[in-house]
Design a protein around this ligand. Sequence first.
Ligand SMILES: [Fe+2]
Length: 310
Amino acid sequence: MPVIKVKGMAYVRLSAPDLDVMQKFLLDFGLEVAERTSDRLYARGCGADHHIHITHKGPAGFLGFAYEAASEDDLHKLSREVSSASPVEDRNEPGGGKRVRLLEPNGFTIEVVHGIEKRPGEGLVLSKMHKAGDPSQKQGAARVVRLGHCVIATPKHTETINWFRNTFGLIKTDDLYMGAPDNIFGSFSRADVGDEPVDHHVFFCFKGERAGMHHCSFEVADVNDIFIGHNHLHQKGYEHIRGVGRHALGSQIFDYWASPYDQMHELWSSNEKFTASSGSGAVGIGPGMSHDTGEKPSERFTKMATPAPA
Ligand SMILES: [Fe+2]
């Protein structure tokens, strides 16, 4: 039995030496400023979450990410039963709520949070009904809705995936192997929210030479946003890493961009959902996930691993 079952992602926590530069990137990527202090930047999407992206002022790097728990009791259970867990504490940040901090096997801090305020009445309603003259040919940033998943590269793949699945109740959606089926080098896991539909994965980790964040990934309002956002980020001169393409697993239409501080951010859209009873798979593939559409992934993509700040 896992310690708890998380509901999904809450936010990713990065650091950057110049918050003005990071803010400009995030706005061009499709986020909005939720709150800014002298040393932190909180950014939100157009969904109900108060914020989904936090940047601390400091040397560039990856600080960790947060999952949302179903109850405050679950935070206490983690605090009692996981050896690396902190006491349950007030989250003294915008949106409030409680949290517990845990160290995962690579030393990154994973937070589990509950009770962060939501934005009432917000939410995007999409319709295919249009009138002549609607601004459907708009230019600008993508409409990011929410944080979907974070991915970790790690030399300790087995230990890492076991820890995440056993601690947070994540379900194996697909393991990836090369050659023999027991030569697993990557594991996609989804949240167990019973019959409630969830994404193909809320967490992916794969064997890498260095431990770090491979990317953080944001769902956009509509597949059109991938292309509109791509055009906008291209015009602004950011570093494009991979896409637009389609992942065979989870059918995510993807586009990957680097922040000015070497932190990879993904825009995606998918029409696939899974429940707890959707089962698990194992997929044999060649090097570089070459079964996806689009160009072969570059080394820049496959070797990305943003470490903790120096
Ligand atoms: Fe992704």
